[in-house]
Design a protein around this ligand. Structure first.
Ligand SMILES: NC(=O)c1ccc[n+]([C@@H]2O[C@H](COP(=O)([O-])OP(=O)(O)OC[C@H]3O[C@@H](n4cnc5c(N)ncnc54)[C@H](O)[C@@H]3O)[C@@H](O)[C@H]2O)c1
Length: 275
């Protein structure tokens, strides 16, 4: 039976990880925009991968369930890369919460029931989740464990509590890491692992929208003043993804990997600290 890697969000980061871990496997590329899935499919097919595509909106349960069924019909689902998302500049606070927070929780719930034993997943969170001050423990627990369909009704996620799209994005990404931690327990019972990567600024179309949007100067400052002094590349995220999803990552589950060129370090303890 063939092994299947599912990529949800066939953008730059999703593709880069898929290339590292999918030799000899089928790659199912799913995206809200068929043209993005098709573009990724062309690049991967030209590089010798066996590919297929699907349209999915991660904020729709019926879409995510249909995708999981399609993946399971292709073979053993041994890899899941969840890299679909919208940035603060691309979306309203409500859309950020619906796609980035609810959508991720939904993907984890549904795919947690189809992953093969020995399978592994990575979810792309963000350094943004690391700049939010600590939440009260009961909010952490609520983000980690509230049933998916009740998540968006939590009182601290209501419009009067969420200041703007950046705040919605930060709390969603914090929520992704917490959710993954809780799901790792359930996934472990099937012999599968799941981790988050929290990247900093990675050169992709999503980052370009941020750099050219209203928060652009702040992003530029992060690139210039962080210890690495540059943005990252999707391939560097691919390297960490390969570690987490491969045999050498077998002891790693329920963890979050911050890789941001030191932006977070500088935000809390260096030149990027808020005045
Ligand atoms: N690029 C960065 O600097 C950066 C930094 C931190 C985190 N991230 C996160 O990485 C992930 C991947 O982003 P990227 O930089 O590769 O961007 P990208 O724009 O290359 O890819 C994102 C993909 O997600 C798809 N998508 C958006 N909404 C969707 C939905 N509702 N259902 C299914 N697909 C949807 C888009 O069509 C796009 O193809 C995102 O979650 C983003 O928040 C990116």
């Amino acid at each position: 039976m063939s092994q299947v890697t599912v990529v949800i969000g066939a953008g730059s980061i999703g593709q880069a990880i898929a290339r590292r871990i999918s030799a000899g496997k089928q790659v199912l590329l799913a995206d809200l925009k068929l043209e993005n899935a098709d573009a990724a499919a062309k690049v991967l097919a030209d590089a010798g991968f066996e590919v297929s595509t699907a349209v999915v909106d991660v904020s729709k349960r019926s879409d995510v369930v249909a995708l999981a069924q399609k993946a399971a019909a292709l073979g053993e689902v041994t890899g899941l890369i969840h890299a679909a998302g919208v940035s603060p500049t691309q979306a309203s606070p409500k859309t950020n919460l619906t796609v980035d927070l609810y959508g991720t929780a939904l993907v984890l719930e549904v795919f947690g029931s189809v992953m093969a034993p020995g399978g592994a997943a990575v979810v792309i969170a963000s350094q943004s989740g690391h700049r939010l001050p600590a939440l009260p423990p009961e909010q952490d627990k609520a983000l980690a464990t509230t049933p998916v369909e009740e998540l968006l009704a939590l009182s601290f996620l209501q419009p009067d509590q969420i200041k703007d799209s950046l705040h919605a994005y930060q709390i969603s990404k914090r929520g992704n890491s917490l959710r993954v931690m809780a799901e790792a327990v359930r996934w472990g019972k099937r012999g599968a692992r799941v981790n988050t990567i929290s990247p900093g600024i990675i050169n992709t179309p999503l980052a370009r929208d941020e750099l050219t949007g209203p928060r652009g100067p702040g992003y530029q400052r992060m690139i210039e003043l962080c210890p690495a002094g540059r943005a990252g590349t999707p391939d560097e995220v691919g390297t960490v993804g390969a570690l987490l999803m491969g045999a050498e990552g077998a002891f790693i589950t329920g963890s979050d990997f911050l890789m941001d060129g030191g932006v977070t370090a500088s935000y809390w303890y260096g030149e990027l600290a808020p005045k």
